[in-house]
Design a protein around this ligand. Structure first.
Ligand SMILES: [Zn+2]
Length: 500
């Protein structure tokens, strides 16, 4: 039997449209930009969704036709040249290969916005569909997408099956790609399916989207139960959405791919929306002032391990610069000690590298990217450690693997320490999703009293097990959970806070 030829490509970015700094080709080169056979060689065995697909393709003896794969850390609006580069390679391979393809598999995020386009993935899928249609080619187009995707009607209208991660933190990203590949196989073998999309009015901050708690826990459980009992269903996706994209399709949505009838599918989606609405009070968590948190920490004796001061306002996994000082500076001002923090500051890291370990230096650190994340602050300390910043994930199913694979490059790093705090300075902003980030630099967060974590939910698999307590603390930054503070213009008819 002739082996099936499957075109593989990836375009992965979660775009924070309120950040001024554009995401260009440099950011994609840092996160991963592979063309042709490199898409296979650079992803095989790296724990990413692409790796999951490649393993399944090998198992089934498919011939993978690699086009291009690009990924960058969440950050500001994507420069059009990055989308253009993807399109030129992707459509070139599609044009050359389409006559012999059995299917197309895409690794997408689903919340990508470029300078010219609010719905990069929708336009990509529509153009792909149109080109195939023009040639009279009818093959399945399947994409694995992130749980935080802002799914549009074009994305479901012009793909055959979308399959999203179920877990947040995304411990199942690679597994989701394998499940998506299984759906592709069924569709290539002749199963027919249609997709149904239900947009909702709800835009939810990242802190309200952990799948271990409601509302997402309840909605995911119900969706899995429907999938399990109805054999017509290929998948039901519960999409948390990504709040920091000022686009009309921002927010929580539901979709269903089924071989059954449309009415049943729509009924399921409305039942899931009702389940969400019954739990909506948990979707908009508030953050607590540092002062109140410290009062509670002092009043309530807690067990072994650090207190996590989670700083969602500068959530690196949500796109912000990771150099905010809005929490570190006031915490130091309280006189507290035994603090661990990570600040992305290539300039300060370089100044440490220009010194040497054991020397005391006085630096201005943090808040150098924009005016939204505090002010640069003086920090005087001993240079304890210098490195190239490369490390391997301790947890191969870390949320970080869904974005970057298991080998991470933080750029030149330095550890500065004084009587109050140990600060890791990085050169490439790196979301705090795996303890290898600190351990590789000689820092043991387990022994700290306070750890500042620039995240919302994605840190939980790594940090919650070592922590005595965890609080979401107010700070300044563009990943605030107070969405009403953001200057949205395109969210007509959407709900962005607990108060309707
Ligand atoms: Zn995500």
């Amino acid at each position: 039997m002739k082996t099936k030829r499957v075109l593989l490509a990836g375009l992965f970015h979660e775009t924070h449209t309120f950040l001024h700094h554009k995401t260009g080709l440099d950011e994609f080169r840092q996160g991963g930009l592979n063309i042709g056979h490199d898409v296979i060689s650079q992803n095989t065995g790296n724990g990413s969704p692409t790796d999951g697909f490649l393993e399944y393709a090998q198992l089934r003896d498919w011939t993978v036709v690699p086009a291009i794969q690009m990924a960058a850390n969440p950050s500001g609006m994507v420069a059009q040249e990055a989308v253009d580069l993807f399109n030129s390679h992707f459509f070139d391979v599609l044009e050359k290969e389409s006559a012999d393809l059995a299917g197309i598999f895409l690794i997408l995020h689903g919340a990508m916005v470029s300078q010219d386009c609010d719905d990069v993935e929708g336009v990509l899928l529509r153009e792909t569909h149109n080109r195939l249609h023009a040639k009279g080619i009818d093959i399945p187009v399947v994409a694995v997408i992130d749980f935080h995707a802002n799914v549009t009607k074009d994305m479901t209208d012009f793909s055959t099956c979308l399959y999203s991660y179920r877990m947040n933190p995304h411990s199942d990203a690679r597994e989701a790609a394998v499940h998506a590949a299984q759906r592709l196989e069924q569709l290539m073998d002749g199963r027919t399916a249609s997709q149904h999309h239900l947009a909702t009015a709800f835009v939810i901050p990242p802190t309200g989207l952990a799948t271990a708690v409601n509302p997402m826990k309840a909605v995911q459980a119900k969706a899995r139960a429907i999938e399990a009992r109805d054999p017509d269903i290929l998948c039901i996706n519960v999409m948390g959405g990504y709040a920091y994209a000022d686009i009309p399709d921002c927010g929580f949505s539901l979709n269903c791919c089924t071989s059954g009838d449309a009415e049943t599918a729509r009924g399921y989606l409305h039942n899931l929306l009702a389940e969400f609405e019954a739990n909506v009070s948990h979707a908009y968590p508030t953050e607590t002032s540092l002062e109140s948190v410290l009062e509670r920490v002092d009043a309530e004796p807690h067990g072994k391990g650090p207190v996590l001061l989670v700083e969602p306002a500068d959530n690196i996994g949500g796109g912000t610069p990771g150099d905010g000082t809005g929490l570190l500076e006031p915490l130091l001002d309280t006189g507290r000690k035994n603090i661990v923090a990570i600040v992305n500051d290539p300039e300060a890291a370089a100044q440490c590298h220009a010194s040497e370990t054991g020397k005391t230096i006085n630096l201005l650190i943090g808040a150098k990217t924009d005016e939204h994340h505090g002010k640069p602050m003086e920090f005087s300390g001993v240079v304890r450690h210098l490195s190239d910043g490369k490390f391997e994930l301790e947890n191969k199913q870390s949320h970080l693997a869904s974005m970057m694979g298991t080998h991470i490059d933080m750029g030149p790093c330095a550890v500065l320490q004084n009587v109050q705090a140990t600060v890791l300075l990085t050169s490439h902003k790196t979301p705090p999703m795996d303890l290898g980030q600190l351990h590789s630099q000689g820092i043991s967060p387990e022994n700290a009293d306070f750890v500042i974590v620039k995240a919302a939910v994605s840190h939980k698999d790594a940090y919650d097990p070592i922590a005595a307590a965890s609080y979401n603390v107010q700070s300044t930054g563009l990943c605030t959970s107070e969405l009403t503070d953001l200057p949205y213009e395109k969210l007509t008819g959407k709900q962005i806070s607990a108060n309707v």
